[in-house]
Design a protein around this ligand. Structure first.
Ligand code: NAI
Length: 339
């Protein structure tokens, strides 16, 4: 690294309050620049001299885009998941990639139960009814979590926290992970099973593994066929873990009784829909996009806009770790490296 001139550190997808928070913690000698946009939705000339780039999950940093940033040495993603970054390309080009591995284990796990309880106790339907000043109970009976079988797929930081909470509800827990941790199962009192066994046993399945080529469409038609009739599905991990078409089929077949989804395949489209409501697109386009998302209209499906991470405490932890990752890289001691 050279001294003398100011180095370029760019934050994309940055909210106004984050600027001040980050600026206070930046390493000396770096010029910070902030943009609200995603990398693939802004003119890259504005940042082509960037040396360290920090993004959230909506910047799709593929090889074609990264080739346009010739001075880039490091990417600090403000997320756990790195499926939006071509890490193989980064490794090849010697670009260091750091993530934030543990900011929100409790945060995402708590939200997992927010979705599950919303489904199990029909919280949304109940609320919608009282808003209409209707206080009747017909059709609002839910079910207890106590005694139900929860199947947790992925027992990493988030999955294990989900298990802790589930134990508090006195649920029976089985888990599947391709790297089982026997000491964890003993400590928390749950059982590791095969993927298929978990599917056949569980009343509720919750996904907590990363999206990789091996896990894409993990929940496809074959998996749904093995599940208990009336199973509930929660996904706070990544949309691509579920084959949406297969899920629609499983809902139609009443194999899946309902689903709580914080993440969706083609999440970008949904985000665009939100923008369509307020911005530059016409109503016909909006209707066309909405037609593609039959899921959104189903009463037994709750969809939220990828907010499981989004507590104030978690977001601050993300920013603090991101700055530590950047300072570590600047001091030639990179941390939380994924490439
Ligand atoms: P982690 O890396 O601590 O745990 C992931 C676990 O999945 C590990 O135990 C790993 O062995 C297991 N795993 C990996 N591949 C597998 C496979 N093919 N089959 C079965 N198990 C497999 O990750 P963490 O922190 O628990 O996060 C999990 C995922 O949650 C992240 O990858 C991310 O995509 C998602 N996430 C979503 C958020 C949201 O706001 N909705 C926020 C944070 C994370």
């Amino acid at each position: 690294m050279t001294d003398g001139e100011e180095r370029r550190l760019v934050f994309l997808e940055a909210e106004p309050w984050e600027r001040e928070f980050l600026a206070k913690r930046a390493p000396p000698g770096w010029q910070l620049r902030f943009y609200p946009d995603e990398a693939d939705r802004m003119p890259l000339e504005a940042i082509q001299d960037v040396e360290i780039l920090s993004v959230f999950i909506y910047s799709d940093l593929d090889a074609a885009l990264l080739e346009k940033l010739p001075r880039l040495q490091m990417i600090a993603t403000r997320s756990t998941g790195v499926d939006h970054i071509d890490t193989a390309y980064c490794r090849e080009r010697g670009i260091v990639v750091s993530n934030v591995p543990t900011y929100g284990a409790n945060t995402v796990a708590e939200y997992t139960f927010a979705l599950l309880l919303s489904l199990s106790r029909k919280v949304i339907q109940s609320y919608q009814r009282t808003v209409r000043e209707d206080f009747s109970l017909a059709g609002l009976r839910g079910f207890d979590l106590m005694g139900k079988s929860l199947g947790v797929i992925g027992t990493g930081q988030i999955g294990r926290h989900v298990i802790r909470i589930a134990k508090g509800f006195q649920m029976r827990v089985a888990a599947y992970d391709f790297h089982p941790d026997p000491s964890l199962s003993e400590l928390l009192g749950f059982e590791y099973t095969s993927f298929d066994e978990l599917l056949t046993r569980s009343d509720i399945v919750s996904l907590h593994c990363p999206l990789t080529p091996a896990t894409r469409h993990l929940m496809g038609r074959e998996a749904f066929k093995k599940m208990k009739k009336g199973v509930w599905l929660i996904n706070t991990a990544r949309g691509g873990l579920i084959d949406t078409e297969a899920l629609l089929w499983a809902l139609d077949e009443k194999i899946v009784a309902g689903a709580g989804l914080d993440v969706l395949e083609e999440e970008e489209m949904i985000r665009e829909e939100r923008e369509l409501l307020t911005e530059r697109f016409d109503a016909e386009k909006l209707r066309a996009v909405l037609r593609n998302h039959v899921l959104l209209k189903r009463e037994e499906v709750i969809i939220t806009p990828h907010v499981a991470f989004n507590s104030q405490e978690a977001v601050e932890r993300i920013l603090i770790t991101t700055m530590e990752n950047i300072s570590g890289f600047v001091a030639e001691k990179p941390q939380n490296r994924v490439a």
